[in-house]
Design a protein around this ligand. Structure first.
Ligand SMILES: Cc1cc2nc3c(=O)[nH]c(=O)nc-3n(C[C@H](O)[C@H](O)[C@H](O)COP(=O)(O)OP(=O)(O)OC[C@H]3O[C@@H](n4cnc5c(N)ncnc54)[C@H](O)[C@@H]3O)c2cc1C
Length: 414
């Protein structure tokens, strides 16, 4: 497998530097990219850097381990560090490039770290230092929302295993040095029928192709086929039969990552949109002065603050306990808030939103917040299952410690 391509530094001095001086002049990527600060490791990247290039830059700067407690992946996620990395990537890179990083940081790497042995340790080391990327291959050729119907199978014998099947729409496929593959070792839907296998991309029988998606090409998204790929049993990650419990545990962190990234993305787009509106002349004033536009914008501010509050409230539950209900809440909120805010902003940009690389493109990419890693409908089902518990919790006062001691929520308002 070839080394990852180096970061593109060819136009490092010309990107992301322009303050807008005329209405609509900052439409590139929603006009929203800000110069990276000194510590992101991404300063030299061009705006169209691929996910693999961004990953290599973060790794070379030694920043990837900041997503984990004390820099140690097996000690769990550090939500603050993860949020910083995602915000840094979002401020500098495209949505596909940040997706590429998010899947690896939040889910693929922590899942891989549940394994042991030389193959696992080597891949962990190479990916955490940005010298390689790792793909998380759960979605099968069957409906992604019907995970237990997946067909990719692993046949286990005493000394080896054989993987056969295929995965579709997997980020990092075209660059990955290895695939973490969810496969069934037994027929049927029972939750103990699945296991994770680490499949090197250069193993005989592995074939990849890019997905037909201009919108997400730079995430390396693609399809992969496993044609009787034979490996030794050291490539089983976690224990046989623990595939789905491990997936549930670690997809929870991807849901937290989605909420944290969603806040950063919405903030960035809202800031650029406000700037655009304030510069767009309308009559004697600007678009920003029109009450209907201000109110529409303010509604977006409310939604983003709601998402941020949920991330603040539920982040620790996900990071420390992989709480599925907290994760579902975050995913459902991000999956509706991000498309809403970006849709509103895109509309307010008028024709300028359709500039190449502009807000309408970002809006289309951000629709993935409601689909990737589990469609919104699926997590809403999880929440409906917990309706009684949630309603019970809502009946309890949620006074914050810093509120004045004399203040009480009126009983009727609870
Ligand atoms: C750019 C990109 C990157 C991706 N990266 C990865 C990756 O790295 N790893 C990976 O494993 N997967 C990845 N995926 C796949 C992603 O996780 C799936 O797209 C997602 O799980 C949904 O599955 P699906 O697309 O097969 O939708 P389907 O299962 O075909 O569902 C289509 C739609 O039907 C509706 N629906 C489905 N089930 C229900 C239900 N029970 N109730 C109500 N409505 C329902 C929903 O609206 C849903 O969006 C990626 C996808 C994209 C586009």
């Amino acid at each position: 497998m070839p080394e990852l391509p180096p970061s593109d530094t060819s136009d490092a001095t010309t990107t992301h530097t322009k303050p807008s001086d005329s209405p609509g002049s900052d439409t590139q990527a929603g006009g929203t990219k800000t110069p990276a600060t000194a510590s992101t490791g991404l300063e030299t990247l061009s705006a169209d850097a691929t996910g693999a290039e961004a990953w290599a830059a973060l790794g070379a700067a030694g920043l990837l381990t900041r997503a984990y407690q004390g820099g140690e992946i097996r000690d769990g996620i550090d939500p603050g560090g993860l949020a910083d990395l995602l915000a840094a990537s979002d401020s500098r890179c495209s949505i596909p490039a940040t997706l590429s990083a998010s899947v690896q940081l939040a889910t693929a790497l922590p899942l891989l770290a549940t394994g042991t042995g030389p193959a696992v340790e080597r891949t962990l080391r190479r990916v955490l230092t940005g010298r390689a990327t790792l793909a998380l291959a759960a979605t099968d050729t069957t409906a992604g929302t019907d995970l237990t119907a997946l067909r990719t199978e692993v046949v286990l014998d005493d000394g080896s295993l054989t993987v056969s099947g295929g995965k579709e729409w997997i980020a990092n496929t075209t660059t990955a040095e290895a695939f973490l593959v969810l496969a069934r070792h037994r027929p049927g839907r029972h939750f103990t029928n699945f296991s994770w296998i680490l499949v090197p991309a250069d193993a005989p029988g592995v074939t990849t192709r890019p997905a037909p998606s201009t919108l997400y090409a730079s995430s390396g998204v693609g399809h992969v086929t496993f044609d009787a790929v034979r490996l030794d049993r050291a490539h089983i990650v976690g224990r046989v039969g623990l595939g789905l419990p491990l997936f549930a545990r670690h997809i929870a962190v991807e849901r937290l990552a989605g909420a944290l990234w969603g806040v950063a993305l919405c903030r960035r787009v809202l800031e650029a949109t406000r700037h655009h509106l304030a510069e767009r002349a309308h009559g004697d004033v600007t678009l920003w002065h029109l009450p209907h536009i201000r109110q529409r914008f303010a509604s977006c501010l409310v939604r983003v603050q709601e998402l941020q509050s949920l991330a603040d409230r539920f982040g620790p539950d996900v990071a420390q306990r992989h709480d599925p209900r907290a994760a579902a809440t975050l995913k459902a909120a991000a999956g509706t808030t991000v498309p809403y805010v970006l849709g509103e902003c895109a509309h307010l940009w008028g024709a300028a939103g359709f500039t190449d690389g502009g807000i309408q493109e970002i809006r289309a990419q951000a629709a993935l917040f409601g689909i990737g890693g589990g469609a919104t409908e699926i997590v809403l089902e999880t929440l409906a299952d917990s309706a009684g518990q949630i309603l019970e919790e809502l009946a309890r006062p949620t006074l914050q410690p810093e509120w004045p001691s004399g203040f009480r929520v009126p009983a009727g308002a609870r």
